[in-house]
Write a protein that binds this ligand. Structure first.
Ligand code: SF4
Length: 334
């Protein structure tokens, strides 16, 4: 059996809403309910194989960006483990921890917000090399130029500042910064959603070229199902902090097993198979502060049964390489 290169095991991220001392005291003595907990990520198991592109999709607010930040070590999980190359990241110390942080790089949604406006491009791209002394000083410029060239930026612009670039160029700078430290795994959080449609295709092509050249692995987070379908080997569908379906991208897009996956695909003009399949997604994403009982999708699901309102379905294998969390796929679904 092939061992996953990267895993999330039972990962949760819960936020407690702020409360005053008096509210906490009342809650502790049972005179008031405890402050509500926002379950942004609520028990995610996910494996990524070396060299694959795993797409992660869902509506805004489903927890996919929070999950991406946990995967890269930018945010800590409230519970569960991030496992890199067979070892829980929480056990890594010193150089091993730094190696993980360098090998797993993040490409952000808003390239402008993620670039220091006071730094010239060559300093932004070479910052990690300098700070962590990854290369001798006299080799850093050459490494920066190599990364800038790889992402298609003119070296004549290396002394410019982020505001002097277009959105697409800024995203290329963000990719060059990630590549400069020689990563294995890129976690891309909506990396093209802030760009014009004409530029999106160029940046997506760049991602795929770099993957081919360097043998990289991607977790590609997006709400654009057309892009995810185009670039992913497998796709995971997320709803209210949990994975509700995962499988090969072609199988999930052609024949979604979970009603939420089907609704999401039908509501995406770029992913619906035929124009007449297009149907807007019904209802609103419920608040993660008060998720519905049973299956959290039941208030919006046209297949909901009485069991769906009471029993939360677990993610289980429904075919080789495919899993879904839905009572339609359990044997006792009456
Ligand atoms: Fe719909 Fe029930 Fe499946 Fe949830 S478990 S998606 S409510 S059929």
């Amino acid at each position: 059996m092939t061992v996953p290169f990267f895993e999330l095991r039972g990962v949760k991220k819960h936020f407690r809403s702020k409360s005053t001392f008096a509210q906490r005291l009342l809650a502790a003595t049972g005179q008031a309910p405890p402050p509500p907990v926002l379950r942004a990520v609520d028990g995610v198991d996910l494996s990524v194989m070396r060299g694959e592109v795993l797409g992660l999709v869902g509506e805004s607010g489903c927890g996919k960006s929070t999950l991406a930040r946990i995967a890269t070590g930018i945010s800590a999980a409230s519970a569960g483990d991030v496992v890199y190359d067979g070892r829980p990241v929480v056990q890594l110390r010193g150089k091993e921890r730094l190696d993980f942080l360098l090998k797993v790089q993040m490409v952000f949604q808003d390239p402008y917000a993620s670039l220091n406006p006071r730094m010239q491009v060559h300093r932004i791209v070479g910052e990690a090399l300098r700070v962590h002394r990854l290369l001798p000083k006299n080799e850093i410029d050459a490494a920066v130029d190599k990364a800038l060239t790889e992402v298609g930026l003119d070296l004549a612009y290396r002394n410019r500042y982020p505001h002097q670039f277009s959105g697409g160029q800024r995203q290329r700078i963000g990719i060059a910064r990630a590549l400069a430290v020689n990563p294995d795994f890129l976690v891309c959080d909506e990396p093209v959603s802030a760009l014009d449609v004409s530029i999106q295709a160029q940046v997506i092509n760049l991602f795929m070229d770099v993957r081919e050249r360097r043998g990289l692995t991607y977790l590609f987070v997006s709400h654009d199902l057309g892009i995810v379908r185009h670039i992913s080997d497998r796709v995971a569908i997320m709803y209210l902090g949990r994975i509700v379906e995962i499988g090969p991208a072609s199988a999930v897009f052609d024949k979604p097993a979970h009603p939420y996956s089907a609704a999401l695909i039908a509501a995406s003009p770029s992913a619906a198979r035929r124009k007449r399949d297009f149907q807007p997604l019904k209802g609103e994403l419920p608040s993660p502060l008060a998720p519905p009982t049973g299956c959290p999708f039941h208030p919006r699901c046209e297949h909901a049964m009485s069991k769906c309102r009471e029993v939360r379905p677990v993610l289980q294998e429904i075919a080789p390489g495919r899993s879904a969390a839905c009572h339609l796929h359990t044997s006792d679904n009456a």
